[in-house]
Design a protein around this ligand. Sequence first.
Ligand code: CTP
Length: 400
Amino acid sequence: MAEVLLGVSGGIAAYKAVDVLRMLQRDGHDVSVIMTRNATRFVGPETFSALSGRPVGLGQFTDPGTAGYDHLDFARRADVAVVCPATANTLARLAHGLADGLLSTSLVAFDGPVVVAPAMNTRMWEHPATVANVATLEARGVVVVPPASGLLADGEVGMGRLASPADVCAAVERVVRHGGEMQGREILITAGGTREPIDAVRYVGNSSSGKMAWAIVDAARDRGARVTVVAANVDLPRRPDVTYRDAGTAEALHRVCLDEFPGCDALVMTAAVADYRPVRAETGKIDKSAASSLQIDLERTTDILSDLAAARADQVMVGFAAEAGAAGLQRARDKRTRKGVDIVVHNDISAPGIGFGSDDNAITIIGPGDAEVFFERRSKRACAEAILDALMSQVTARTG
Ligand code: CTP
């Protein structure tokens, strides 16, 4: 249970902040509300004061002689601040530290975790100024709950709709539960799938999209970790507050991991690394008219996880095991022992609707120690949270 400061800025989505307030209360939190002057044009302050059971913060200055709030009261009291909806203007103020109203002043005076849920017209959301402001906020550790795509209030269709109140509250919940938990920790995450060249244009590859790793990156950042990603052919949006190193082949991935591993506290080896690669990659393009069939000699790649595990100091190591069918779980257990890692995340690639390319996954987290927990189908983000819970239990056990 936390003390939440809910900032409501002036957009049509302001009415949805009422649902957010109710949900936060249902989750057991106490909520104080500050509205910008423009927000009061969309929803009456009485709605928020009646539901929160507290006076709503409106102006920066209270009348002389009244026992009103000031900006420091709100900032002092809150454990977490959530701005919903956050207009382009409010995002800009927050990014630049402007303090020209009660909400902006309170946010500048607040040193706890901040969640923002932007909502605006698509063109405003995509304007370079807004993009830069969002990047600045993310780099500062502010949790941005991205808007959704759909029909906007002005009749246009596009990106900019406020995320669902449930998503906004889930982000607040995560911050309350885990915010800052990984502060000062360096996490190395490999992502995507390697491509091993056959010739100048063809390769042996796999279907890994990088989505699972990307969800782990977001979850780790929200917990305050510093994150380095070694990405093998991942075509997904990148965060400004994460360091990315690209490594397309098993060999390149191995090289970059050797470079980054000594400086990290934990490695999450999500990448699908090719187990075999062509012995020789042709320099040009293989001419199919030269022969009616083609044989490609493959050789084993180095097992990066095992190699790093053999050389580790006290890093916590998480491997993945994509296995098909009932016997797969036992193979995943064996893999943990064989590779010498703390945790193996098993997923059954024969189960429909989950895994490669999908937004959902169903996983069994094997380890640390004797622990083994099955998480039925859920979003990759929710899986990422479970994986980090397991990882952190081992980090804490090891380093206190
Ligand atoms: N992995 C790795 N280096 C490789 C192959 C895999 O580091 N050359 C890592 C993967 O990133 C993953 C884990 O090892 O975290 C399991 O990968 P998988 O290919 O399923 O394991 P294998 O050892 O190839 O399993 P098996 O020998 O049973 O086929």
